[in-house]
Design a binder for this molecule. Sequence first.
Ligand code: GAR
Length: 198
Amino acid sequence: MTKRVAILISGGGSNMVALVDSMRGDHPARAVLVVSNDPDAGGLAKAQKLGIPTASVDHKPFGKDRAAFEAALQDTLEAAAPDIICLAGFMRILTPDFTAKWDGRMLNIHPSLLPKYKGLHTHARALEAGDTEHGCSVHEVTAALDGGPILGQARLSVSPDDTPDTLAARLLPLEHGLYPAVLRRFAGGDRARVDLQG
Ligand code: GAR
């Protein structure tokens, strides 16, 4: 049966667009909802243009009450009955209670070759470390931040004149290739790793 996919975003949503565009034809999944924690996220308009229902659950009114924010997010998600959640540039840390609800059904894309550089500023940290290789990872989401089982990685060579901005810009197209490739396998019940080279 076709899997239902909800995509969580916080910003421009280019990974979301790549995922939505990939779920066509014989793909085992379809996008059923795009949710943002920022009502002004540029990705919401892109999703609407693609004909995908959207919702926003603004985290700001909840202040430090992560549990209340996540309860509202959970209600919004459950209304769309997704089988799989894809975090695509979703910039809120999720509590173990929330991740447990979607255990084995939630994916994330992270702009580093995990387990390196969990958290923020991944491109700057790779450059500071003098890495000659950088990349992105798609992994299952667990309670450990950016720490769940890795389902795929895409790599590129760092050039001597790269900056954090050029690295981010060069990596993004690889993200757009990797995430749909992993989702297609995952939705078909296959957790075998995907490895891409830029
Ligand atoms: C992407 O580079 C993604 O890997 C990163 O945010 C960007 C979102 O871009 N995610 C994280 O840093 C998660 N910790 P997009 O909104 O254009 O897809």
